[in-house]
Design a binder for this molecule. Structure first.
Ligand code: GDP
Ligand code: MG
Length: 289
């Protein structure tokens, strides 16, 4: 199994130096670093690592800081060209545990997107300050209230494993998010495409080195995104898929065939991805068909 791990970096030199050997210790994993011209020399370090581990570490040097979402779009495009079996994404700062990667990869066998989830049974947060916990929990509740999101518990998680065929259907060119909203936007599209999404528990640990790049602009974009997704003008991957998604979720709301979903709790409140809501339980498949 050939898996490419996308790692976005902005000022993560020490963290990247620690992360790369840990990932490469796993069989079948390659790394694509997405660096936005970090002033601390992360990009130069990534180049050195790509020479040291030739063929297993690559780096995209982007000219300026444009946000996590833009870096991921570039990375996904390049990853698809390399024709791997799977594409993972994870933060560079040590918050995502390398040891969780094989479980994500294993779970991808029978679904199209695996989300490493902090908010299902077995998931955990370690050393995250209370205001970050509150922000993350509130963001997830807000997104689910506005958009639904098929009952996914951790819509904002940055640790994921994709089937390349799913990424190929996302219409990367039309994704709009610059920052962390990328995670929500790509999940929304994946569900709209009726892809199978599965959450597996992960432990998220607060970084020990460097600082968070979360800022007011990132938060504002994330706040606005769920509403933007509802607008008729929002570009969908393709119209046919979206029409199907709406009818599928209508069926779910009516209590009809929802194989894999644990139950249907909320009433249908509109079109799009609203309507399917499931009781909080452990990891499971969401198969809205
Ligand atoms: N390439 C790139 N990476 C970014 C950017 N902003 C954040 N990152 C990376 O995205 C990951 C998550 O960012 P972080 O600041 O740790 O977010 P937090 O964990 O929510 O505080 C880290 O690996 C960052 O270096 C950006 O603008 N460009
Ligand atoms: Mg972080």
């Amino acid at each position: 199994m050939d898996t490419v791990v996308l790692v976005p970096t902005y000022n993560e030199r020490d963290n990247l130096a620690a992360l790369v050997p840990r990932i490469l210790a796993l069989t079948g994993f390659r790394i694509l670093v997405l660096d936005d011209a970090s002033p601390d020399g992360t990009g130069e370090l990534a180049s050195r690592l790509s020479r040291q581990y030739e063929g297993r570490v690559h780096v995209i040097h982007r000219p300026r800081k444009e946000g996590l979402g833009r870096a991921y779009v570039d990375g996904m495009r390049h990853a698809l060209e390399q024709r791997p079996d799977l594409v993972c994404q994870m933060d560079a700062d040590g918050s995502h545990d390398v040891d969780d990667l094989p479980r994500l990869v294993a779970a991808a066998r029978d679904c199209d997107l695996v989300i490493g989830s902090r908010y299902v049974d077995g998931g955990a947060l370690v050393n995250w300050p209370w205001h970050r916990r509150a922000l993350s929990r509130t963001a997830n509740a807000y997104i689910r209230a506005v958009v639904g999101m098929g009952g996914v518990h951790d819509c904002t998680s940055g640790m994921r494993c994709w089937k390349p065929s799913t990424i190929a259907r996302l219409s990367l060119d039309t994704l709009t998010s610059h920052g962390y909203a990328f995670q929500v936007e790509t999940l929304y599209r994946t569900l709209a495409l009726r892809c199978r999404v599965r959450e597996v528990p992960i432990t998220f640990t607060e970084r020990q080195r460097g600082s968070s790049k979360m800022d007011a602009r990132v938060m504002l974009e994330s706040f606005a995104l769920p509403w933007r997704l509802q607008k008729p003008a929002y570009a969908q991957p393709n119209e046919r898929d979206q029409r199907h998604a709406t009818s599928v979720y209508d069926r779910a709301a009516a209590g009809l065939s929802t194989a894999g979903a644990v139950g249907v709790r909320s009433a249908h409140r509109g079109g799009g991805l609203r309507g399917l809501d499931t009781p909080a339980q452990g990891k499971r498949n969401i198969r809205p068909t």
